[in-house]
Design a protein around this ligand. Structure first.
Ligand code: TXA
Ligand code: MG
Length: 354
């Protein structure tokens, strides 16, 4: 299949072009489109053949449910059975935005969207292109991240092209996404609500909005993959580069010297074994790794910058001529919790704690 690549302005998208894309969606096609978090691979939720193709082209297990993207609250009431009071506060304060909520599903939602579950994940994205596309399609859009299963989520159109070119009808290219990590997922069918995936909307902010406790299971911190997964997605390996990634965590990020020492030691050890090593450092530590190949992921004073560069760099690990990458850990504060969840998963069990 010839995939069309359509460039649009992220802030002021060409409506004619998006109307064309909406027509493709209504005809049962698949479109990769930008959201403020990562690129999504979308189909109309009511066209089951199209939704099934999402799983096939991504090579995604059919029991790993998709997020429904909506453009207005009418569409929310179309796809959920009820909206708990607690969710109303979140919707009012955080939508449109990088927050996905789990509800009980309505009868209208086909089971292929929810992987057979009675619950459904819903979010209203804030990206102008995503919002306009959903609105013009006149149909809620089921969309997982637009990567092949097991690869890091795409944060620009090139990543999508690498994974899905020739397999889908259209790729909308609106440049880099804004946050670079996937939405925060909160299950509001439980009381207290459960954080299923940390994201750009931080836990601290969620608590402030709802004013109650939130359960944070270990897997939401990326600490282990529960066999009886609460969020079906958590039982699958995610965000993983195919080369080894070593994460060096610290109990105290105020003093960076021990972490730098440990990484230098690891780097020299691997080099002496003839391995090509790359260190993923921060602006604050970059100059301390003399003699080792090093790149900067961002500044510790702006973890949003680190999040934005994260998946680009994980993909780079696979593309560059290196054997192994070593990355510094971050404090689990704000978006740092989302970064650490992704890094722990990407590094598998190769975590060093100092
Ligand atoms: O930022 C995002 O959320 C991006 C953009 C495209 O919107 N989407 C995204 O989708 O990350 P995906 O499919 O890569 O991740 C969705 C996660 C999966 O881990 C899935 O298991 C979980 O949401 N999920 C979906 N429906 C669920 C449900 N009913 N209950 C629990 N978890 C659910
Ligand atoms: Mg994904």
């Amino acid at each position: 299949m010839d995939t069309e690549i359509l460039k649009v302005d992220p802030i002021n998208p060409d409506i004619k072009l998006l109307s064309y894309c909406a027509q493709v969606i209504r005809n049962g096609g698949l479109i990769a489109f930008p959201t403020e978090t990562v690129y999504g691979l979308g189909a109309c939720i009511y066209i089951e053949k199209a939704v099934k193709r999402i799983y096939l082209v991504k090579n995604r297990p059919m029991d790993n449910p998709l997020i429904i993207h909506i453009a207005n609250l009418n569409q929310l009431y179309e796809v959920v059975r009820e909206v708990p009071r607690l969710a109303l506060k979140l919707i009012e304060n955080a939508w449109p935005g990088p927050l996905t909520l789990i509800f009980k599903k309505s009868d209208k939602v086909p089971y292929i969207v929810t992987g057979g579950l009675e619950t459904v994940a819903v979010r209203m994205p804030a990206h102008p292109v995503a919002l306009k596309l959903i609105e013009l399609s006149d149909c809620p859009i089921a969309a997982p991240s637009a990567n092949l299963a097991g690869k890091p989520s795409p944060t620009n159109a090139r990543h999508v092209i690498n994974d899905l070119y020739d397999k889908i009808e259209v790729i909308i290219d609106a440049g880099d996404t804004f946050f670079g990590v996937e939405s925060t997922i909160l299950n509001v069918t439980e009381d207290p609500p459960v954080l299923l995936r940390p994201g750009p909307l931080p836990l601290e902010k969620l608590k402030e909005i709802i004013g109650t406790e939130i359960i944070v299971p270990d897997f939401a911190r990326g600490l282990y993959d529960s066999k009886i997964a609460l969020s079906p997605g958590t039982k699958y390996r995610h965000y993983a580069p195919s080369k080894p990634l070593i994460l060096v965590e610290s109990r105290n990020y105020k003093d960076l010297k021990p972490i730098v020492f440990k990484i230098r030691e690891l780097c020299n050890e691997f080099k002496s074994k003839g391995k090509k090593v790359m260190i993923i450092a921060t602006r604050e530590t970059y100059s301390m790794y003399e003699g080792c190949k090093t790149i900067i992921i961002g500044s510790r004073n702006n973890l949003y910058e680190v999040a934005r560069n994260l998946y680009k760099i994980l993909r780079m690990v696979d593309e560059l001529d290196i054997d192994i990458a070593i990355i510094e850990g971050f404090e689990e504060k704000g978006i740092g919790l989302a970064i650490m969840n992704r890094l722990r998963k990407a590094s598998g069990s190769k975590i060093t704690l100092i």
